[in-house]
Design a protein around this ligand. Sequence first.
Ligand SMILES: Cc1ncc(COP(=O)(O)O)c(C=O)c1O
Length: 481
Amino acid sequence: MKQIPAKGVPSEELFSQLEGFKQNDVRWREGKTWAYVYDPGAEAADVIKRAYTMYLTENGLDPTSFPSLLKLETEVVSMAASHLKGDENVVGNFTSGGTESIILTVKAAREYNRKHRPEITQPEMLLPVTAHAAFHKAGAYLDVKPVLVEVDPVTFKADVDAMRKAITPNTILMVGSAISYAHGVVDPITELGQVALEHNLLFHVDGCMGGFLLPYFRRLGAPVPDFEFNVPGVTSISMDLHKYAFAAKGASVILYRDKQLRKHQMFACAQWTGYTIINPTVQSSKTGGPIAAAWAIMNYIGDEGYLEMTRLMYEGIQKVCEEINQMEDIRLLGTPEMNLLCFTSDTTNVFHISDEMAERGWTVHPQLSYANSPANLHISLNPASVHLVEEFITDLKDSVKAAKKLPPGDMAAGIKEAFATLDPADVGEEVLAQMLAMAGIEGTSLPGRMAEVNEILDALPAPLKERLLTEFINEMYTYQD
Ligand SMILES: Cc1ncc(COP(=O)(O)O)c(C=O)c1O
């Protein structure tokens, strides 16, 4: 096991070690990582760093000791609320990310309904299958059952009638996305808002990915439908700042239509011997870094700056879409409404395309099939990558050509058949280990080419996939020399 070093290590040595550790990470600075990274360029990054480190040690636990953090948070939340067409009643909090914002909105919905509809003992939330996994996580943490509803097979948008039909006496919350992560499309928020009003339900819009940029896309002429607080029935919206507001990671906001709803997200405890806790969010002690960095970057880039960055992304992604639409072997899933998209293939194994792109230095994001969404590759375009659009397209064409010559994915059918009827609870750890070995995974090291692993995962039923990957990650997070 690793020990704390007996004597302190000189800082220079530590920093050189840190640089060394990074060697195997994705090389996002080269601009070819079209997933995971939201890169506004070096100059803006500098502003973020300065603000973050200035507030590194300040503690957001207690706004009375650090009133400056309260000021920064209320300013950021207020900018977010006005950006999303909220009136003066809209309130919210700064959180560590989309997942925390979503956990809080589910908690608020649960507590609100416990108060107003106490007859509900087994609460449910209605999720289009495209809603982010964070809602499932919130459901698992808070014991609110996700009820999944199929989406339109062509647009990949929530199906309003299907959502309406799925409402039961236990429904406490409806969810729509603007945009959905996987397909980059906006659900019919106005229509869903009507359903929520008809049934007197809370309705959350997940704007974690799209909330910040969509208004800019709309201002540039993109046909972005209403999804903000001007839509009747919308009761809360989450919007991440660490995505397309380009803040440092650890930055999101959760907004509510009014304080009456927001107060149900809070937690208070005076039943112990220490200080009374009243936490608006999940975290208690927390660095002021992300709040300061978010405040700084929003003010630094400013409205005109964001509009200009959006223009670059809009033009770039339109070009990518046009090219994909002309390619024979791949096709877009849905019509992307922002700077994210995914495409599939009816002739070629998309996981090979992903590997071929990796060989050419690109990181794209394979997405497994689920419900009526086939296996596909997902990309997002950053302002810092716009100059690489032509290169991306050339490499994509070459990758598709190369992938087409590789095996189309023959294993999948056999695996599907073998595991379809298996109850994941009955699968022992040994079988899981064998499955990992079959996919070419030894210990926790992944093979260079991932097509086979992805193909096997894709063929497994979801609960088995979840078990397999839990075992894998459980192994992965152990110290190795
Ligand atoms: C639509 C949507 N909601 C929620 C999340 C979760 O956000 P986070 O990863 O910041 O927790 C994401 C992340 O990509 C997302 O795209």
